[in-house]
Design a protein. Sequence first.
Length: 593
Amino acid sequence: MAISRVKAAAAALTAATLAAAAVAQNNKSPESLLPPGFGEPVAQPTAAPPPSAPPPAAGAPVSAAQQTPIGLPDNGIAPAPTPIAIPSPDAATLAQYEMPAFARRSLALVGPTGTAEGGFARNAWGNADGRFLEVLMRRLSAPLPSRWLSIALRRALVSQVDTPYGLNGADFAAERAWLLLRMGESVSARALVQSVDIRNATPKLRDVWMQAALATADPGALCPLTDAALRNDNQPGWMLAQAMCAALVGEPGAAQPLIAQARRARVASGIDLRLAQKVIGAGADSREAITIEWGPVVQLNAWRFGLATATGIAVPDSLYETVGPQVTGWRALTPAIPLADRAAPAERAAAMGVLSNLALVDLYGAIDAADDMPAALSATASDLRSAYAGADVPTRLGALRQLWEGATTRQGEYARLILTARAAARVRPGDGKSEADRIVAAMLSAGMDRTAMRWRDTVAQGSDGWAMLMLADPDGATRLGYGQVSGYASARKQQLFFAGLAGLGRLSPGDIERGAQEFNVTIGADNPWTRALDRATRDRQPATVLLLAAIGMQTGDWRGVPPDMLYRIITALRVVGLGGEARMIAVEALTRA
């Protein structure tokens, strides 16, 4: 398994290297998620040219010509107006009123999250080849098996960073947002595309903007782009978007002719057209009532998810089984979906890294306060309340056990650790010795490393809790010996424990060399992936390192992650200043092994 994963990552890097040179000439927009019923196949628009070639000018929206006000005479009677010729202002003049120069955002620095909000430094991608980065993003299989790597990669993707040389800033934002959507991060993707001014939107950005608006069930987010998209793009979905936006701004009379035109042009049919009509019916002054029937539908996509959810139409569970796991994140982040329907996706999304412990606890708090909830959800919410505020220690520990043992899948088990992280932190080490391993794992699933270190003297040496604390120690003062590693757990966990300690620099060079041989961890492997990772590490490019780390973790779950790749990833993250993320990934490997 390890050899196959190394070869897969190496092959991905080789393919990316070969493809990067051709991206500037053939940089296609992301594959559309719109249904096949949208007319004949349409060629994807090419990306805007890189900064080295002047990008095409974006036309500013045309507003009504301003008229000079006519004053009233002393008798208060207005004279008959005299027709006068008023020159229409040009686009540059109108742009000054629409967006003053000081408020315009540069394409050289794009992203919604600055360093003050926890984002990466603006040079996080360093001098990496932008076309190479785009190829890696496009070919990355997401979601990732690691919650903590996904969290770190999301932070890099949404950060306000310099646009790499050779790329258009809007196109680079689109590529980042497209990866975020595949990771389940719909809200972050929408924030990223909206960090580009409308006047700078390229065909590629407009394509991804539509996907982000649908993934967040926000058809209104399409409205600023419809006019430019209809002028410049060849995507039939924008014709329906124009009709929906007319209704959303209170002009249903303008929406109906557009729908009729779309029907005549066979832009859409069946449920896809009816969902657009449903959005129009939800607009102001609309008297149209549309019924949605899911019976003939065999495939869910972004269009159907977004418009149905926006209009309060429940999507059948059977259709959710036809889409990828990224939709789990979209569901968890969409407030239009009822609480009872969001609970299960929210737990899975937390394990993916989309939701935090606090967000998950808030959701169950709302369930606990709501009426008419399903009995199972009410019981879970009640157990969580008891875990936090039970009358005594046995009550709180019993509630924690009930929550942990209520999970039915491996992903669910990890999600319940995340859910109970802060409740577990309220248990004193002396009171929870019997559940020390799971309490430590719960706290570390939410990154509570210093709180977890209070259990250092409580956990048994050689136990899972002990191993996790050795990896999570934020001070890193303790170096372990080879004998302590070899005496721990099963062969698989030994490999992961060794890889984590070695990557964090908590074993001596001699013990690393001995352990690599004894545990069969080929830490000295050399291939295109390791060379690219070493180069990004040497050049101190934390965002590039995270992207390459994700390339090395393209597998369904932790059982497919080779320990030698884990070692290289943890080492690289530590060297570029992401030591906290490195420690949490090492702990997660043991927790989910």
